[in-house]
Design a protein around this ligand. Structure first.
Ligand SMILES: Nc1ncnc2c1ncn2[C@@H]1O[C@H](COP(=O)(O)OP(=O)(O)OP(=O)(O)O)[C@@H](O)[C@H]1O
Ligand SMILES: [Mg+2]
Length: 241
């Protein structure tokens, strides 16, 4: 039997609320274990593409599949990790780092399920991976912006996802922590075979690990090895294809 790819988009077009077309005729296949960078100008449709992949938006035309299942009805949601763009901005509630990261294991245990010992270990592990162990019991709103972003990355990791979609994860994160994130993603990819979709305008942290680059500008205008687009890593928005 042929194994379904992690992600499959077939002739996908999309518009918000019947407005202008945001993505047109997108074809994309991402195999299990690929590490893919998504780049392109503001408004190009990168976030929209991730949301379609995760089944959070429904295409106007075409089909989106996750591991062979329609993305909107994908059953194993606990295997997906998602860091939305600027996730921490929406958070002003009085929650601790541990509580917000534990919410990343929710799909696995259900909203009312108790945090079992195994979940607790995953939560602590994810917090340690982003270097926030000493802040575990602090209120999230008392952390710096970059530390909050790292907490949100830990939340995306806490369910030990097979597919990790990160939307501009390094926004506001200092160079050293970006480097650490790059190393961490490389380990998840190399050792655990996690499929990674990494949206950014800045790829310094992952440039040695990314095998495939997808450039999104209302459609997919480039899909191939980053080496085919010299200068890209330094200024991806201005590469013209
Ligand atoms: N919720 C929404 N409702 C209506 N239009 C939207 C919505 N979200 C995005 N858009 C529009 O869809 C287009 C693509 O937006 P999207 O957020 O996917 O771009 P992006 O590539 O992620 O940009 P950025 O680099 O700024 O994050 C833009 O023209 C934007 O105005
Ligand atoms: Mg975006």
């Amino acid at each position: 039997m042929q194994v379904a790819p992690a992600v499959e988009l077939e002739s996908v077009s999309f518009a918000y609320g019947g407005g202008e077309t945001v993505l047109r005729e997108v074809d994309l296949r991402i195999g299990t274990g690929e590490f893919v960078a998504l780049a392109g100008p503001n408004g190009g449709g990168k976030t929209t593409l991730l949301r379609l992949v995760l089944g959070l938006e429904r295409p106007a035309a075409g089909a989106v599949r996750l591991y062979g299942e329609p993305a909107e009805r994908f059953s194993a949601r606990d295997t997906l990790g998602y860091l939305p763009q600027r996730a921490s901005l929406a958070l002003d509630a009085p929650v601790t780092v541990r509580e917000i990261v534990a919410a990343g294991t929710l799909p696995a245990r259900g909203v009312f399920g108790p945090l079992r010992r195994a979940d607790r270990a995953r939560v602590d592990e994810a917090i340690a991976l982003v270097g926030l162990a000493e802040r575990t019991d602090d209120q999230l709103r008392l952390l710096s912006g970059g530390q909050q972003q790292r907490a949100m990355i830990a939340k995306a990791l806490a369910g030990r996802p097979r597919l990790l979609a990160l939307d501009e994860p390094t926004t506001g994160v200092d160079a050293e922590s970006q480097e650490a994130l790059g190393e961490l993603l490389a380990r998840l990819h190399d050792d655990l075979g996690v499929t990674i979709l990494y949206v950014s305008h800045e790829f310094g942290a992952v440039e040695h690990h990314v095998e495939r680059l997808v450039l999104v500008r209302g459609a997919i205008v480039f899909d191939g090895p980053p080496s085919e687009l010299p200068g890209l890593w330094h200024d991806p928005s201005h590469v013209h294809v």
